[in-house]
Design a protein around this ligand. Structure first.
Ligand SMILES: O=S(=O)(CCO)c1ccc(-c2ccc(C3CCCC3)c([C@H]3C[C@H]3c3ccccn3)c2)cc1
Length: 235
């Protein structure tokens, strides 16, 4: 598609996530939460007293495709229906049909100061040779923007988040037209590198993150299931 000022950075960040995705979580990652198909891993990383803990979540959602998951995660108009940790969100620039810049104000996490964020958000699919279903992904990556000035007392977070989804078709019927929702499932990898942008008590931030990431992914998954239940499958 048309190139723009962020094209090179987007390519670099997307390729980086695809490289990391296959990195196994055995060394240095702790399994901190398991719930059904969801496995939540965290690496404990601090930088001059600031908790930067990368998060990595694996989840399998039966009855939806990776395209549907990425569609509802990326499309702006659904965000406030599943995102419960935001006070506001708005698009401030559309760079191409797969890339927008949005500005968000996050709900305050006491005792920390209120956070806000400005991300480019990019959605894309690609088919690797051996897979029959395309992989879909969304990346949200912090960017500065004239329409999102940093103003005190809000603290700007720095984040790099990716949602990478593969679609599995179990017992595929002879005719692909006969594929039903009970034959499909989405295997997703969610990674989040969030720098709080300013000091937050380590223990408080760790317990909020441990509680909020699984909660957010659970709520988002249920939202997509209910939105797609009686709709034709979006492959
Ligand atoms: O997947 S996304 O791209 C969806 C975009 O709408 C995404 C999700 C979460 C965050 C985020 C932002 C701020 C915080 C902290 C930092 C200091 C105080 C708040 C946290 C930590 C606390 C964890 C958390 C996890 C999930 C939801 C909310 N809270 C997470 C950013 C982007």
């Amino acid at each position: 598609g048309e190139k723009h000022r962020l094209s090179a950075e987007i390519e670099r960040i997307v390729q980086g996530h695809l490289k990391y995705k296959y990195e196994d979580v055995s060394d240095g990652w702790d399994l901190i939460h398991q719930e059904g198909e969801m496995k939540v891993y965290r690496r404990e990383v601090e930088e001059n007293g600031l908790v930067l803990d990368p998060m990595k979540i694996f989840h399998t959602i039966k009855g939806v495709t990776g395209h549907e998951i990425c569609h509802y995660f990326w499309e702006f108009q659904y965000r406030m229906e599943w995102e419960t940790t935001l006070d506001s969100t708005k698009i401030i620039e559309v760079l191409d049909p797969q890339t927008v810049v949005f500005y968000q104000v996050h709900k305050r996490v006491w005792p920390a100061a209120q956070r806000d964020s400005c991300f480019w958000s990019h959605i894309r699919s690609f088919t690797s040779s051996d897979e029959d279903q395309p992989t879909w992904l969304v990346v949200n990556y912090t960017t500065s923007h004239l329409l999102a000035p940093i103003k005190s007392p809000q603290v700007r977070i720095v984040a790099n988040v990716a949602l990478i989804c593969e679609t599995v078709i179990n017992e595929p019927p002879l005719n692909p037209k006969d594929i039903k929702r009970e034959n499909i499932e989405c295997k997703l990898t969610y990674v989040a590198f969030v720098n709080p942008g300013g000091w937050v008590p380590s223990a408080a931030l760790r317990s909020v993150a441990k509680r909020e990431y699984p909660r957010f992914l659970k709520r988002f998954s249920s939202y997509v299931l209910e939105q797609t239940r009686d709709k034709p499958i979006l492959f």
